[in-house]
Design a binder for this molecule. Structure first.
Ligand code: MG
Length: 279
């Protein structure tokens, strides 16, 4: 495993068919660690796990988290997120639980110690019919992750920080943690990210380096707009200072969807350089 610094800067990237080529490209952006996203189309079997395990070892690359995304999710706007993302849609809940367990098995095979996903927009009202089943599912997934010595990270943004904290406390699982994404707080209009970080800090084990602008008030239900890191409304220097203030020493992984395919790696390299200058 490579030597990691406090607030080590890494990259969030998606599992592509060629594990070794993917890790080499990610490393070319100047990082030795990151988080791997596994979308619903990735075939998970012993061969896939063996290929990723070998590639990580060959490149001495550290994965701090494996994230799951699911078939049928759409981030088009807030009502669509509410309808399609994570554990909220009842019709896909059982299938996604099964898939989540498979992604955790895959992460365990790679020796990764943290699993994360968007559980979806948790209802404000605890009497809502989706609340109890989602809570139960979160607890089962946390317990399954714990059986491999793994944390289960909830991603921030799809609800205000205070509401996430309340859900987190009600779920009450010792290995439940938070992956803090400052841009999501803005993109979903869920609250000022630095104040949110201070509220959640002691539960945060990983952070996304992502930036964005608030949703436009004349388009109800729209998401905000993701921006290049440092060019949005997060105030990245102030956010990194807040990480230090809270004594946060875990990873900061650049997550960026703002690029054409050709600029993708250059955009990620620039973001890595910016965070390394601030960390
Ligand atoms: Mg994120």
């Amino acid at each position: 495993m490579p030597t990691l610094k406090d607030r080590e800067v890494g990259i969030f990237f998606w599992a592509e068919p060629d594990a070794l080529a993917t890790i080499r490209t990610v490393k070319s952006c100047g990082v030795v660690s990151g988080q791997l996203g596994v979308d619903g189309s990735v075939v998970l079997n012993d061969e896939t796990a063996a290929a990723w395990k070998a590639a990580l070892a060959a490149e001495d690359f550290h994965l701090c988290t494996v994230f799951a995304a699911y078939e049928g999710e759409s981030y088009a706007d807030i009502p669509t997120v509410e309808r399609t993302v994570g554990f909220i849609p009842a019709a896909t809940r059982d299938a996604r639980e099964l898939r989540t367990r498979q992604v955790i098995d895959f992460a365990a095979a790679l020796g990764v110690k943290s699993f994360g996903c968007h559980v979806g927009c948790i209802p404000h009202d605890t009497a809502h019919p989706d609340y109890a089943p989602v809570l139960g599912l979160v607890r089962r997934i946390a317990d399954y992750a714990a059986s491999f010595g793994m944390t289960f990270c909830l991603e921030t943004g799809q609800e205000p920080a205070a509401q996430l904290l309340e859900f987190f406390q009600v779920a009450a699982r010792p290995n439940l943690r938070i992956n803090f994404d400052p841009a999501n707080m803005i993109l979903y209009g869920s609250g000022e990210p630095i104040a949110a970080f201070h509220l959640l800090a002691k539960h945060v084990v990983s952070v996304h380096g992502k930036d964005g602008d608030w949703p436009s008030s004349d388009q109800p239900g729209s998401l905000g707009t993701e921006r290049l890191l440092g060019e949005g409304s997060v105030n990245i220097p102030k956010f990194v200072a807040a990480l230090r203030e809270e004594g946060y020493v875990g990873p900061i992984c650049v997550e960026s969807g703002v690029h054409g395919e050709e600029q993708r790696w250059q955009v990620l390299s620039n973001a890595v350089a910016l965070l390394n200058s601030l960390r």
